[in-house]
Design a protein around this ligand. Structure first.
Ligand SMILES: [Zn+2]
Length: 239
């Protein structure tokens, strides 16, 4: 590859969602360009030289709706293997082999952020999924506790599942269920779903009263709802 430089820049979509763009300088290209890298599920903006990187980013920003739509359309499953990326709390993590230690862990000492996975490579997907489930349980337990206090309610239990149709649910026995995939989304999205299910402990419907309870926890839930509408399919493609 002739690319002399590549780094990642976050642009903002109209719904407030952060979209990571890979910015490359390639002296062989004659003009700025934009394309979707479906394997790594990212947009690549290319500039012919350092002087035109801002123009390339401006161009990507002007096409942000197109980028968001294209990324959401990507149909293939995102494989969890060494060398691929997985989103965690809204940030891409490169899956790498851990040479030391026995547990999956995050290395945030340099960019890109990394998820370090020890052991045999044929177990990478299972280990990453296990790590994400545990992270989802930790984050959701913490946010449910906070929202339950705000609403003065007490859930019977919290379960982490791989539900394909719903991000969360609340049973008549006051059990809250959540999809582990929420931990891949930005934290404000997981926070909203936690508040939504806690509010169902007071109102088992989507009435005005229900949404008033949600608003006591999350004053503006719209960005999170829009994020799930736009990116839900991509979350379900993980693993
Ligand atoms: Zn609901």
């Amino acid at each position: 590859m002739d690319t002399k430089l590549a780094h990642h820049v976050n642009l903002k979509a109209k719904n407030g969602q952060s979209v990571e763009i890979c910015l490359k300088i390639n002296p062989r290209s004659r003009r700025i360009s934009l394309k979707i890298d479906s394997k790594n599920r990212q947009a690549i903006a290319t500039a012919p030289n350092a002087q035109s990187t801002q123009a390339a980013l401006d161009f990507a920003q002007s096409k942000i709706d197109w980028i968001v739509a294209k990324l959401a359309e990507l149909p293939s499953q995102q494989v969890l293997e060494i060398g691929s990326y997985v989103p965690l709390r809204g940030e891409k993590h490169l899956i790498q082999t851990a040479l030391k230690g026995r547990t999956v862990h995050i290395d945030d000492s340099s960019q890109p952020l990394k998820l370090m996975v020890p052991g045999r490579q044929d177990q990478t997907a299972a280990k990453v999924t296990g790590f994400l489930r545990a992270a989802a349980r930790a984050d959701l337990s913490r946010r449910v506790k906070a929202h339950a206090e705000t609403l003065n309610v007490q859930p019977a239990s919290i379960s982490i599942k791989d539900t394909r149709t719903r991000w969360g649910s609340c049973s008549t026995k006051r059990n809250l269920n959540f999809s582990w995939r929420l931990v891949c989304a930005p934290p404000f999205v997981l926070d909203y779903v936690a508040a939504h299910e806690c509010a169902h402990l007071l109102e088992m419907n989507h009435s005005k009263r229900f949404w008033a309870h949600v608003a006591r926890c999350i004053p503006n839930a719209e960005p999170a709802k829009q994020w799930l509408n736009t990116n839900g399919r991509a979350l379900h493609a993980i693993g």
